[in-house]
Design a protein around this ligand. Structure first.
Ligand code: ADP
Length: 254
């Protein structure tokens, strides 16, 4: 990106954010900063406000109280969307679209050069993005013919081609076969090593503890925000879930 940035710049800042769809808040008094280059996982039980919080961070919902900033601007007026790569839980938006992986990834270039104006340099960037996510061999396959994990990779490649510096993923491995999940998280980790900020909403605690550097544990309010190793040793999870929850599937642990 052309924008000058230094390591540690703030990507997201929430200050005392409260939001409710009705009078009852589902996100209450949340303050946090996410910095350039971090790998952060947001965890919490079903209905704990994770998706809502993410939509506030991205400016799709406006807080009732407090403030959300994205790349230093009020989140709701941020309009440099190609800086953000979003991978949803159901990467099925393209399920019915008869287009190939390469065409999807080329879309990432449109905000930079305009629709239908891609040149040789864009093709090079697209090829590089496909290679980075391990999808070069599938470039000409229809997106409808991919496995769940491959489809997620195609969407990440589109974000890379768009030069996104923030990847936001909402439970990205739901519906992805078990063998592909680990490789998918390895890919996220290597992208993060290359400098991309990763914000992961996740119910798979194993994936979180194995990969994320920092955990934000949410249940309407923030129960924990800090290094993953400290989270594992804390009682935040049990408190947030209101029950004894083991990390490795056992209910007798922790
Ligand atoms: P999570 O992502 O942790 O499962 P959500 O942010 O989706 O949690 O939901 C938090 C709460 O807000 C839940 O009680 C949910 O039912 C409610 N909620 C989510 N989306 C809407 C909506 N569009 N309208 C009304 N209530 C909603």
């Amino acid at each position: 990106n052309g924008a000058a940035r230094t390591a540690g710049d703030r990507v997201i800042r929430l200050s005392d954010v409260t939001f409710g769809y009705t009078a009852a808040p589902v996100v209450e008094d949340v303050s946090l900063d996410i910095h350039d280059g971090e790998y952060v996982a947001v965890v919490g039980p079903n209905g704990s406000g994770k998706s809502t919080l993410m939509q506030i961070m991205l400016g799709l919902l406006r807080p009732d109280d407090g403030e959300a900033r994205l790349f230093g601007e009020p989140a709701h007026s941020f309009d440099d969307g190609q800086r953000i790569g979003y991978v949803s839980q159901h990467a099925s938006a393209a399920k019915e679209m008869p287009i190939t992986v390469r065409e999807v990834v080329r879309m990432g270039r449109f905000p930079h050069v305009g629709f239908g104006r891609l040149g040789a340099e864009d093709d090079r960037i697209v090829d590089e993005a496909l290679a980075t996510v391990g999808m070069a061999d599938f470039a000409d396959r229809r997106i409808t013919k991919l496995s769940g994990g491959q489809r997620q990779r195609a969407f990440i490649a589109r974000a890379l081609a768009g030069e996104a510096d923030l990847l936001v993923l909402d439970e990205p491995t739901v519906g992805v076969d078990a063998e592909s999940v680990e490789a998918f998280y390895d890919l996220l980790e290597s992208l993060n090593d290359d400098g991309i900020t990763v914000l992961l909403i996740e119910h798979d605690l194993g994936a979180v503890t194995d990969h994320a550097e920092r955990v934000i544990c949410l249940n309407r309010e923030v129960y924990f925000d800090g290094p993953t190793a400290e989270f594992v040793d804390s009682d935040a999870l049990a408190r947030a879930f209101g029950t004894a929850v083991g990390f490795l599937g056992g209910s007798e642990k922790r």
